[in-house]
Design a protein around this ligand. Structure first.
Ligand code: ATP
Ligand code: AMO
Length: 478
């Protein structure tokens, strides 16, 4: 039509004017030979449109508009009219569009492999395995569509408002992470993801062909972020992909996820690092609540998830690992002083902490040394413990971190003694260990799993929902 396209967010200012806008068809229905209704979507807004036959508009036009296929993209021209009764089925409740012209830009094929309205509904369960087409337990006649079908048709799935909200929040967490840490003087770094040897010295790495030799995908920026501290960068942060060749088919593991990492020099005590991490998360939670209230509410209400509780005092519960063990024992769990917690035990502790401290967010400090990576600083008070910590949201781990060993000889010794051992002279590890021979301040840091922060903030049943195109042991497409 050559007219400027409008944003439906401005509709209040456009009453009684004729507008042209780009939109998607949510649904279209012919009411009678003279009347058809359409639900049109633009961004997160939906509006109802009416096509009524008159001397200017033919019955053929009514039929044509009422039969446009769902998910087609259109250019629509129409008059903005205030309605008497609020419209329930649209997000724009006080106005509707009286269509005068409609142009189909791209017609969506019929049938769609996935209905977007099905993607709007909650998952039947964690959505692992083949639960597609499982009937709803809510008494709804239409069966709920499982996660596999949704992910196989991800571009249609992602059109659902609930999915837009998830990824707006995910983007928000990254922006807030950077905003807070930049303000504290952290600089954003970009470390290599193609490595000559396994980062962390572990086994969970993907090998790839790098010309005529093997290389590996980074399972963490760990060595590099520490090497930058040894390069006199005092505070560094990174947001980047992390690859894990773990055959973990759970609701909280991916083979590729986004790591939010930081590393910093400290003055007296590694608790300075923990304070930065706690303040960072409190800032992120507070700003998510204010800047992303609408998106958070949209997702949580679909899944009947309770709000995320934070301590009123503003003080994050910082619980020594041994105290956590004691809380679990008092609640009937059997476990030794230096045992690692299983996932069910972690979740149990989450419930106990919530009861005691009224917080869904907390930190466990002073983990047993034996269950931590080789670079972890042993605790000066008890060599079986370490200056290391994990953070939890709703009883599930979102971060691991520690004070690191900054003495090359001690680091080499701890690597050799580690189970499984790490070769301190190996390709890739040698440069890391040697960098501490030429001066390095005490330092510590941590790594968050971004998808987990989003998953547990929203209380979602599966981490795959928080990755645009998730990778897991079964899935590398789309
Ligand atoms: P981190 O790597 O820091 O320990 P994480 O939360 O990924 O973080 P993992 O050690 O990978 O921790 O696993 C923690 C728990 O997750 C395990 O104790 C186990 O209970 C559970 N888990 C891991 N893989 C599987 C799997 N394939 N099936 C069932 N549970 C698993
Ligand atoms: P870790 O191995 O515990 O620590 O990883 C850090 C955080 O990353 C997340 N995470 C995952 N998210 C999705 N899928 C996975 N398979 C997965 N594995 C881990 C978790 C976890 O807390 N170098 C250390 C960090 C450090 O000490 O700075 C590390 O990589 O939220």
């Amino acid at each position: 039509t050559g007219k400027p396209r409008v944003d439906l967010a401005d509709i209040e200012k456009l009453e009684d004017t004729e507008i042209t806008f780009r939109c998607w068809v949510e649904n279209a229905r012919v009411q009678s030979a003279k009347l058809a209704f359409l639900n049109l979507r633009q961004g997160l807004n939906t509006v109802q449109a009416v096509v009524a036959a008159s001397d200017k508009l033919s019955k053929q036009m009514v039929k044509f508009c009422g039969n446009v296929s769902t998910e087609s993209t259109l250019a629509v021209t129409g008059l903005v009219k205030k309605v008497k009764e609020p419209i329930k089925s649209a997000s724009i409740k006080d106005f509707e569009i009286h269509i005068t012209a409609l142009f189909i830009e791209v017609k969506a094929e019929v049938p769609l492999p996935l209905q977007v309205e099905d993607a709007e509904r909650p998952l039947p369960s964690e959505g692992l395995g083949d639960e597609d087409e499982k009937a709803s337990e809510t008494g709804d006649a239409r069966p709920l569509v499982g996660l596999n079908t949704r992910l196989n048709n991800r571009t249609l799935d992602l059109r659902a408002k609930i999915n837009h909200a998830i990824f707006v929040i995910k983007s928000g967490v990254c922006a807030l992470f950077q905003e807070f840490l930049s303000q504290k003087g952290f600089i954003l770094i970009h470390t290599p993801k193609i490595l000559g040897a396994a980062s962390e010295g572990g086994a969970n790495v993907f090998e790839l062909k790098y010309f005529d030799r093997p290389a590996y995908l980074a399972q963490s920026p760990q060595f590099y972020k520490q090497m930058l501290i040894a390069s006199r960068f005092q505070k560094v942060m990174e947001i980047g992909p992390v690859f894990r060749a773990e055959n973990s088919n759970t609701a909280r593991h991916l083979t590729e996820f986004t790591g939010l990492d930081l590393e910093m020099e400290f003055q007296e005590n590694y608790h300075e690092v923990m304070s930065v991490l706690e303040d960072l998360m409190l800032f992120i939670f507070k700003e998510l609540n204010s800047r992303y209230e609408k998106e958070t509410e949209l997702v949580r209400s679909a899944y009947h998830v309770e709000e995320f509780k934070l301590p009123e005092s503003g003080k994050v519960p910082r619980i020594p690992f041994t105290e956590g063990i004691q809380m679990l024992r008092d609640a009937g769990e059997e476990l030794g002083d230096y045992d690692d917690l299983t996932t069910p035990q972690e979740k149990h502790l989450g419930r106990l902490v919530l009861e005691k401290y009224n917080s869904d967010f907390y930190v466990l400090d002073q983990f047993p040394l034996a269950i931590r990576p080789a670079y972890t600083m042993p605790s000066p008070a008890n060599p079986l413990l370490s200056n290391s910590y994990d953070m939890f949201m709703r009883g599930q781990e979102i971060l691991s971190g520690a004070q690191r060993i900054h003495n090359a000889d001690l680091l080499a010794e701890m690597m050799r003694k580690h189970d499984p051992p790490v070769d301190p002279n190996g390709l890739g590890t040698k440069d890391y260990v040697e960098c501490f021979r030429y001066g390095c301040p005490p330092h510590g840091g941590g790594g968050f799993g971004l998808e987990r922060i989003v998953q547990f903030w929203l209380g979602l049943p599966n981490i795959r929902m928080c990755s645009l195109f998730p990778r897991d042991p079964q899935r590398v497409i789309p």
